[in-house]
Design a protein around this ligand. Structure first.
Ligand code: SF4
Length: 214
């Protein structure tokens, strides 16, 4: 527990994550835009998500406006986000659900968010955390991999990591956990060959499963 707090403090102090990740820059802005950006971000780089979201929101930024776009036009707008056909369908389906079932407002509970096809646990938690400041843990691939390497948890899936972290991570770090670990995972503790030689938290890390490092 002492080490966990120390690690969080070191990373928070040195990463300046608030200015460096798209979601942190969007924090507490329009929940619908946060949701749409999150859906666009799947398997896409942060910079691309940001530019595609900007492009889309200049043309359509509400459920009604996204639904009004012909699907081919929507596909063209979001093309560079990758998987554009599937994402365009998801964006329109989610917009329709929000309009018809939730009076045009992004739901505020996890159950309701998960009841919309296309929204999974990670996206739901991101909306709750970044749009509604709820104390939840959005776990993506970085937030799953790094606590396993550190030896904080021993889990095979993001869902299990979320459950285990809920038990050991002090609540005061939950809001910032995703922003910090995503940025740390992209810059230092990278998936294949992490930069352990310049890692600020190396002395707290068990480096579990790390076969190759720089
Ligand atoms: S020491 Fe290496 S594996 Fe451990 S957190 Fe740092 S970069 Fe990741």
């Amino acid at each position: 527990m002492k080490d966990i707090s120390k690690v969080m403090q070191i990373l928070e102090k040195h990463l300046h994550y608030k200015k460096r990740t798209t979601l942190n820059r969007m924090r507490n802005t329009d929940p619908f835009k946060i949701l749409i950006s999150c859906l666009l971000s799947l398997r896409t780089k942060d910079n691309t998500t940001e530019s595609v979201s900007d492009k889309l929101f200049k043309i359509a930024s509400t459920p009604k406006q996204i639904l009004k776009l012909p699907i081919k036009r929507l596909e063209k707008i979001i093309f560079s986000a990758g998987h554009y056909k599937k994402k365009a369908r998801t964006l329109q389906h989610v917009s329709k659900e929000i309009l018809t079932r939730f009076k045009g407002k992004v739901p505020i509970t996890k159950e309701e968010l998960l009841s919309i096809k296309g929204i999974g646990p990670k996206t739901a938690n991101i909306v709750l955390c970044f749009a509604y400041n709820q104390i939840v843990l959005p776990i993506d691939t970085h937030c799953h991999r790094i606590p396993n390497r550190l030896g904080w948890v021993k889990t095979k899936t993001a869902e299990k990591t979320e459950k285990e972290l809920e038990k050991i991570l002090p609540k005061k770090y939950w809001l910032e956990f995703n922003g910090i670990f995503v940025l740390f995972g992209k810059t230092i503790c990278q998936p294949v060959s992490p930069f352990c030689s310049k890692c600020l938290i190396r002395k707290y890390c068990k480096r579990i499963g790390v076969k190759k490092s720089r």
